[in-house]
Design a binder for this molecule. Structure first.
Ligand code: ZN
Length: 273
């Protein structure tokens, strides 16, 4: 009887969750942003690389939500693997979108004719502002939002450039309309994002042999910031009970690498490339 009641309750909660239409109040939404960003930092710290020249790749990674923060949850995590794959395209965000696709292609039968139904209005929380390559893939997959935990002064602002409307300068090649699809890209409000931005500025000012942001991301100073973020994540107590499941799902993906609890939010398979 108790089991039946629990099952009924679970079903009702699932239904309630899936038809949640009222926007999540701002404080609750802000907490989900913080949890997601801390999750991305933790995922990278869990496989920290002390050198850029050996091992997996750079200390950059991301988590992805199947939709928006107020209705969906963390469903995947991935990290930069350029060394181990011997392939400079293997950035965290590209691997995230590709490996999530591969995962569902083994689960969905028959597979949809494109992978777009796997993404919906997905949100990516990445540790470093996305490059042009990852921004291009996000754009073509119609990712809705990207939030990043550190500004990249050299390779960032790719999504903003795609969204830029410079038609006021005249017809091409003087000016161009925005790319037909755009992805919102914002710096995380997390304190650790501020610390990483300041840390990289200080690092460049110290005139190191390499000013590359990936070199900064192997320093003990950068690692300490990731460690503090990870400590926050692993000991996190949610302020709002409605965010407990959101946090538990993020922990499950980031620390256990277990996507088995995720549910595909099926979308109409009407788009084509
Ligand atoms: Zn990239």
């Amino acid at each position: 009887m108790l089991k039946k009641l629990t099952l009924t309750l679970t079903v009702l909660l699932c239904i309630a969750g899936s038809i949640q239409s009222a926007p999540l109040p701002a404080p609750q939404l802000a907490e989900r942003y913080e949890i997601s960003q801390l999750a991305a930092f933790t995922y990278v710290l869990n496989d920290w690389q002390d050198s850029n020249y050996t091992g997996r790749g750079y200390n950059i990674g991301c988590v992805m939500l199947s939709g928006q923060c107020d209705t969906d949850r963390v469903v995947w995590a991935d990290k930069n693997s350029v060394n181990v794959m011997r392939n400079s395209t293997q950035h965290g965000e590209v691997r995230c979108m590709q490996n999530y696709t591969n995962y569902w292609d083994t689960k969905v039968s028959p597979p949809p004719k494109t992978n777009k139904p796997y993404f919906g209005d997905a949100t990516i929380f990445t540790t470093l502002e996305p490059c042009a390559q990852c921004s291009g893939m996000m754009t073509m997959l119609r990712i809705r939002n990207t939030v990043y935990g550190q500004t990249d002064p050299n390779f960032g602002k790719a999504l903003e450039r795609l969204a830029l409307n410079s038609t006021a300068l005249g017809a091409p090649p003087a000016g161009y309309p925005p790319y037909p699809w755009t992805v919102t890209s914002t710096l995380s409000p997390s304190i650790y994002a501020q610390q990483l931005d300041q840390g990289y500025t200080d690092y460049v000012n110290s005139k190191p042999s390499s000013t590359a942001i990936t070199a900064y991301l192997t320093t003990p100073q950068a690692k300490a910031i990731f460690q503090n973020a990870s400590k926050d994540f692993n000991s996190y107590n949610v302020k709002y009970p409605e965010n407990q499941q959101f946090y538990d799902d993020a922990v499950n993906i980031v620390n256990n690498g277990d996507p088995s609890a995720i549910v595909l939010s099926a979308a109409p398979d009407t788009d084509s490339y």
